[in-house]
Design a protein around this ligand. Structure first.
Ligand SMILES: Nc1ncnc2c1ncn2[C@@H]1O[C@H](COP(=O)(O)OP(=O)(O)O)[C@@H](O)[C@H]1O
Ligand SMILES: [Mg+2]
Length: 330
């Protein structure tokens, strides 16, 4: 049987570039070489290329959706998207792959674009009856007044880019005097900024994916940051955060979170593996955000949850491709 040819997209144009590189090496290391032929393609600053064993960069042909390697014209059965942030998590790459007719491992264009926009996603989650923080959106060029923002969301509050990740550009603001600098910092990352009510609670994450057509929800993880919140430094510096899987919560709380996760996965029409992030306040689950291309590095939450749920990473990553092929649009 011939092997399944997989193009593994990595890199991207966001602050999560390094994370994506770590994610993709973990994926490549765990995809079964007996079943898959994997070609990592780096996307960065408008360039897309594969690097061969001699270090030669071979451009990915975006017109014919292939790689010309020597005399071989390599075409792909599936794309594994390991780019966090744009263009892998916001629907852009998904749009290209739909046009190219290549199935992929993530949510579709609509779900990716909608969930990547924290403001729209929050609003929809609220309509689905899920608790979310009170949020104001500021768009580039709009005027705002710190007093009225604070009157609306209270203090402390969170100020963050609407479309970004890894806590890049996120601030926790304690006083009115800190609002302006935090808004400017967030605008450096995106043209839309959220001013959001602070949710006081324990931070939790729950992954979910589909295997053989069945939705499988992972155990819940509690994230405890030594910093004031789960900022970039805490996310990527050894020892600054602990992640406990399964989370030390009651059985009922865990069931509630996992049911909520499956409910939202279905409501948002998610595909592939997705991680929902929450706060647990006095017995209430508040939705924070959803990551449709969650981290896959050895330090990331999803691989740990998959292992805790009893999956071998080889089977887990392989099943994401099998599922993409099963859903292939005809
Ligand atoms: N409204 C909020 N209340 C409490 N903590 C928050 C809030 N918003 C963000 N945070 C903290 O900031 C971190 C990053 O925010 P998040 O919205 O998840 O953005 P990113 O997409 O960059 O991960 C969260 O993991 C959490 O620790
Ligand atoms: Mg987050």
């Amino acid at each position: 049987m011939s092997k399944i040819k997989v193009v593994l997209f990595m890199g991207g144009d966001s602050g999560e570039y390094e994370v994506s590189i770590a994610s993709s090496s973990q994926i490549k290391n765990h995809l079964d070489p007996e079943r898959f032929e994997v070609y990592p393609v780096l996307i960065r600053g408008g360039k897309w290329y594969f690097t061969d064993e001699n270090g030669i960069q071979i451009p990915f042909d975006r017109n014919y959706h292939c790689l010309q390697i020597g005399n071989d014209n390599v075409r792909f059965d599936c794309a594994f998207i390991a780019i966090h942030g744009t263009p892998g998590e916001d629907g852009k790459l998904q749009g290209y792959l739909d046009i190219a007719g290549i199935p992929y491992t993530t949510c579709d264009v609509t779900t990716s674009a909608l969930t990547f926009n924290k403001y729209f996603c929050n609003d929809l989650a609220k309509q689905y009856g899920v608790k979310v923080a009170n949020t104001i959106i500021l768009r580039q060029g709009e005027t705002w007044n710190p007093d009225s923002l604070v009157k609306e969301v209270g203090l402390p509050c969170f100020i963050k880019p609407n479309k970004a990740g890894s806590s890049v550009g996120v601030s926790k603001v304690y006083d009115i005097a800190g609002i302006e600098a935090a808004i400017n910092k967030a605008f450096a990352e995106d043209d839309e900024v959220l001013v959001q009510q602070f949710i006081k609670g324990r931070e939790m994450a729950c992954g979910v994916f589909t295997m053989n057509g069945e939705v499988e929800v992972f155990p819940v993880t509690e994230v405890i940051s030594k910093n004031d919140f789960f900022d970039y430094q805490a996310k990527y510096t050894e020892g600054l955060a602990s992640e406990i899987t399964p989370a030390p919560i009651t059985k009922e709380q865990s069931t509630e979170c996992r049911q909520l996760t499956e409910y939202m996965y279905r409501k948002f029409n998610c595909k592939g593996v997705v991680r929902f992030d929450y706060f647990l306040t006095d017995n209430e689950w508040w939705f924070l955000e959803v990551n449709t291309v969650p981290g896959f590095s050895s330090e990331s939450i999803i691989p740990k949850q998959a292992k805790a749920a009893g999956f071998e990473l080889k089977d887990f990553f392989g099943s994401l491709i099998d599922e993409a092929l099963r859903n292939k649009k005809h």
